[in-house]
Design a protein around this ligand. Structure first.
Ligand code: SF4
Length: 335
């Protein structure tokens, strides 16, 4: 991708093992309502377990409809989980009542894909950035100076203070959204496809701003994307999702060097990776067909109807994530 070629990804040598977020057996089933009764469930997220360490970017990648966006929203309780635990800084947020949720909503924020719909067109930039601060009743000594400081952090300036969203480009609107997020001094931000609605030419600038701010403000990110090049550029660790399940988790460089799960291999085969060495070495694996429906997912390994390596056990028994390296887990009967 333009602006990212030739740039190294993050150093992935994280020494800290302290987790900011631990997701344990998370499930989100959406009921399918019939006329008189529930006809079934869309198992959008089904028994997902992973952790995010303080200060890192954890990438969540997979095809459209795999459940990655639902994971991001459920973690923030924008959608209520069906089951499982979400441990944030040692506290299970699924048990939080309103007062604790107010605390959590200051700590954990989300940046949406579409900057057009996330900003109120009738508010000035100043009002947009101050709104969450006012909502939480936070006392700011000099609001104008406070907002100007945030605007400068995200690559805007004082001259933008009293302008309206329609006066800005898509990239600038995403920067306004970011200033608004930062106004609450969060620790954790879910970035849900934050650049996929933007022109390729501005994507790299926004990604670099996100990286700079992460270092400066000690932020932890969950970075959700279908774009492997961007995930590689942004993530220290990553999880690959298929049909509501995590199939491979671990150090980002390690997985890009040597993807193990057949689905990860197929995903990487389909898209060029902006690293000529990896691109040359990578195994080309093409799978047939479309992902099955999450309403009635296949038995055993959900990938078995499409997997060229499927064996008898694959359709009968579901593989769990299994440790195959110091920071690498795979859910596949081949390992
Ligand atoms: Fe393929 Fe079996 Fe591994 Fe599933 S468990 S990815 S079907 S080999």
């Amino acid at each position: 991708m333009e602006g990212m070629q030739g740039m190294s990804s993050f150093s992935n040598g994280f020494s800290s093992s302290s987790n900011l977020l631990e997701v344990r057996n998370l499930k989100k089933y959406f009921p399918l309502k019939g006329l008189f009764f529930t006809k079934g469930y869309v198992k959008a997220v089904d028994n997902v377990t992973f952790e995010i360490r303080k200060g890192e970017t954890f990438g969540l990648v997979g095809e459209s409809g795999c459940g990655k966006t639902t994971v991001g929203r459920t973690i923030l309780r924008l959608i209520e989980p069906t089951d499982g635990q979400i441990i944030y800084d040692g506290r299970d947020i699924t048990k939080f009542k309103k007062k604790d949720m107010d605390w959590f909503r200051r700590k954990a924020q989300i940046m949406f894909q579409d900057p057009y719909s996330s900003l109120n067109p009738r508010q000035t930039v100043f009002q947009i950035v101050m709104e969450p601060v006012n909502h939480h009743g936070i006392d700011v000594h000099d609001p104008e100076a406070f907002v100007i400081d945030l605007l400068e952090k995200v690559g805007l300036n004082e001259g933008h203070l009293y302008r309206y969203p329609h006066e800005f480009s898509g990239g600038q609107r995403q920067r306004i959204a970011l200033a608004r997020i930062l106004s609450l001094k969060p620790e954790f931000v879910v970035l849900d496809e934050p650049t996929s609605a933007l022109d390729v030419s501005v994507q790299a600038n926004i990604l670099n701003t996100l990286k700079d701010i992460q270092g400066e403000l000690d932020l932890t990110y969950l970075f959700i994307s279908h774009d492997l090049a961007i995930v590689k550029y942004m993530s220290h660790r990553l999880g690959v999702m298929y049909l509501g399940k995590l199939v491979e988790v671990g150090n980002s460089d390690g997985i890009f060097e040597e993807p193990l799960h057949p689905y990860t291999k197929a995903l990487f085969s389909a898209i060029p990776i902006p690293d000529p060495e990896i691109e040359k070495r990578k195994e080309k694996l093409v799978v047939k067909g479309e992902p099955p429906s999450p309403i009635n997912p296949p038995s055993g390994c959900r990938f078995h109807p499409r997997c060229p390596f499927a064996r008898e056990i694959c359709s009968q028994k579901e593989p769990e994530l299994k440790k195959v390296g110091s920071d690498h887990e795979v859910a596949c009967w081949l390992y």
